[in-house]
Design a protein around this ligand. Structure first.
Ligand code: 6PG
Length: 234
């Protein structure tokens, strides 16, 4: 597939205008799903990039009480930790969006494996596929918690993987992780990859130009049935 068939690029002069446009696109898809099915599901990434998007998306006047929000991935830490993606997601669950139901991936159990099993059951009980998935990307080409050094990467990236949530043990990613699987992500009705800065853009361009790229982010584009929406600002 060509670059163009893999990705639909949305480029913006500023991170602020990107956040407004992506929030509009997410809200439109969620509202359409609610009209069609009475409810909607949204999975968002953590890290640092989404903070501005969450502040803007939280203001969008949609039926947040019909929406379940969860995470694309999570560090195996409690929500009180500075490292918690659930803690970051709280920036979204304010204002109009405070009415949304939040489904955490972390739970207070002994191992990341046990937490992943519990989260897999909870995510599996949602009406799938997800309506919206918003991915981030690291400069190492990881997305979600598909870190290149993970010894279970092939299972995480298996397009036929039946599990929705899996544990990840990685040194590159810091603490153990919980992540949606590739098969769950690429089934979503609307997939956005939100990246900012020239360094990440260069990494993505290289991944998209090389069909043999080993970067995990490339596997999302290969497995997605429609072009992935890339939202980028310098
Ligand atoms: C995480 C994220 C991860 C993130 C990238 C980019 O838990 O770290 O979900 O996949 O999207 O690491 O992170 P930044 O936005 O901080 O660059």
């Amino acid at each position: 597939m060509t670059h163009g068939e893999l990705a639909s690029f949305h480029e913006f002069a500023s991170r602020e205008t990107l956040a407004e446009a992506l929030a509009d696109a997410i809200a439109a898809q969620l509202a359409q799903s609610i009209r069609a099915r009475g409810s909607a599901t949204l999975a968002v990434s953590g890290g640092s990039t989404p903070a501005r998007l969450f502040d803007v998306l939280a203001t969008r006047p949609i039926a947040w009480d019909r929406i379940t929000v969860t995470l694309v991935d999570e560090r195996f830490v409690p929500p009180t930790s500075e490292r918690s993606n659930a803690r970051l997601a709280a920036r979204l669950l304010r204002g109009a969006a405070a009415e949304a139901r939040f489904l955490p991936l972390w739970s207070d159990v002994a191992s990341v494996e046990a937490a992943a099993s519990a989260a897999d059951a909870k995510v599996g009980a949602l009406r799938l596929p997800f309506d919206v998935v918003v991915l981030g990307m690291g400069t190492d080409g990881h997305t979600a918690s598909f870190f290149p050094d993970t010894d279970t990467l092939d299972e995480l990236l298996d397009p036929t993987q039946p599990r929705r949530v899996m544990p990840v043990r990685t040194s590159a990613g810091g603490e153990p992780r919980l992540t949606l699987t590739l098969s769950t992500i690429v089934a979503a009705r609307f997939i956005a990859l939100h990246i900012e800065g020239d360094a990440k853009r260069a990494v993505l361009d290289a991944a998209l130009e090389d069909p043999e790229s080993a970067l995990p982010v490339r596997r999302v584009f290969d497995a997605a049935p429609a072009p992935v929406h890339v939202y980028w600002a310098p």
